[in-house]
Write a protein that binds this ligand. Structure first.
Ligand code: SAM
Ligand code: MD0
Ligand code: SF4
Length: 351
């Protein structure tokens, strides 16, 4: 029975892949509501009214890779790309901190310029934000060699994010062309070993089966990541997947709720990069506890899945997101609260 499975997960008892498959197969409206309600109770019990907030600083949109789903893949020639200077990245991160945002997510394509001279510019960027701003930092720079993780940690990053998209190896290889499945999985393990907190993520609507989704959720949990996400694929013009029929958000919401039931004390994002601000409420109501991809207007910054949606009209701005959070009955957490959470996660990792 689905209700029994949900209660079992809510009590914190472990579920197997079969159970997760059963939950990810729910289609009945009442059962879905039951799932979301349990996910909310679990989140609120652990985190209270606090929701964390992340600013998205996509500082270089140049990329040597050719992921079939991504707007910024190297073969998508003729699109606008940019690379921010270290000074601009520091200023952007400082304004996020001043506005009350908890973390600066320093994200880039696999930009050869950032990777040159042993990742000199990447490391310089992280150090500058750490030394000059003091906001918590997530680095999302793509796949790195193992020896770089201690350097990234030393430069001041709190987090390393790298999404497998799917733990179906064949599907992975058909999406992340010319990239190694094992190497990308190992990124999370190497990062943890170097003392970084880690994030893994799945994409939904890429041709994966329900079983693949269940298996990916279980695998992400077992890798020991501190933050896990699901994002619905948004088809991009100029890419091989541009004519894919997009999913609505149901499967993503289900995945958020199931991840919450399996990972009571982890961070689970509500990304504004899929449906813009319109998608905030439903994701919070499914058990998410971090709003990611907050992008300030007028800075010429892009999103990933939605490179323009809700940015220049200010809907993805800090003030607007804080207001919307209040309407859900929650509030944005302070940086002190966020840093305390990070410290508790690090202590846990050492044990
Ligand atoms: N380039 C680095 C990498 O690939 O790891 C970091 C940034 S990458 C653009 C961040 C993530 O955005 C991808 O791993 C993928 O999960 C997500 N993403 C990219 N294109 C997307 C799309 N069209 N729809 C939904 N999510 C997308
Ligand atoms: C987001 N667009 O949070 C961002 C991105 C990268 N660490 C995160 C996918 O939705
Ligand atoms: Fe490059 Fe990341 Fe896009 Fe892949 S997902 S093409 S690595 S920016």
């Amino acid at each position: 029975m689905v209700s029994e499975l949900i209660s079992k997960a809510e009590r914190g008892e472990p579920l197997g892949t079969k159970d997760v498959f059963r939950l990810m197969s729910i289609n009945d409206k009442n059962e879905l509501e039951e799932l979301y309600a349990a996910a909310r109770r679990v989140r609120d019990k652990v985190f209270g009214k606090r929701i964390y907030t992340y600013g998205f600083v996509y500082f270089s949109t140049h990329c040597k890779n050719n992921c079939t789903f991504c707007y910024y893949r190297r073969s998508n020639t003729g699109i606008d790309r940019y690379r921010k200077t270290v000074e601009e990245i520091v200023d952007l991160s400082a304004s996020l901190l001043d506005a009350g945002i908890n973390l600066s997510d320093l994200t880039m394509g696999e930009d050869p310029m950032m990777y040159a001279d042993d990742y000199k510019l990447l490391i310089k960027t992280i150090s500058a934000v750490h030394d000059e701003v003091g906001i918590s930092i997530m680095a999302s720079p793509g796949a790195l060699p193992e020896r770089m993780f201690p350097v990234v940690r030393e430069a001041g990053a709190d987090w390393y994010a790298c999404y497998q998209e799917t733990y179906n190896r064949e599907l992975f290889e058909s999406l992340r062309l010319e990239q190694s499945f094992d190497d990308r999985r190992n990124q999370k393990i190497w990062a943890r070993k170097a003392g970084l907190l880690t994030e893994d993520g799945m994409m939904i609507g890429l041709g994966e089966s329900v079983r693949d989704r269940a298996n990916t959720i279980v695998t992400m949990g077992s890798l020991g990541c501190d933050q896990v996400r699901a994002m619905t694929f948004v088809p991009q013009v100029g890419t091989p997947m541009q004519d894919f029929t997009p999913y609505d958000s149901t499967e993503e919401l289900k995945a958020i709720a199931v991840m919450r039931l399996l990972n009571h004390d982890k961070l689970i994002p509500c990304s504004l990069d899929v449906e813009g601000i319109a998608g905030l409420r439903t994701r919070i109501d499914a058990g998410a506890n971090v709003v990611t991809s907050i992008v300030p207007p007028s800075k010429n910054l892009a999103g990933v899945a939605q490179h323009e949606l809700d940015i220049e009209n200010g809907n993805r701005s800090v003030e607007h997101v804080f207001e919307m959070l209040d309407e859900t009955g929650h509030r944005h957490a302070t940086s002190t609260e966020y840093k305390a959470y990070l410290d508790s996660r690090r202590r846990k990792a050492l044990r």
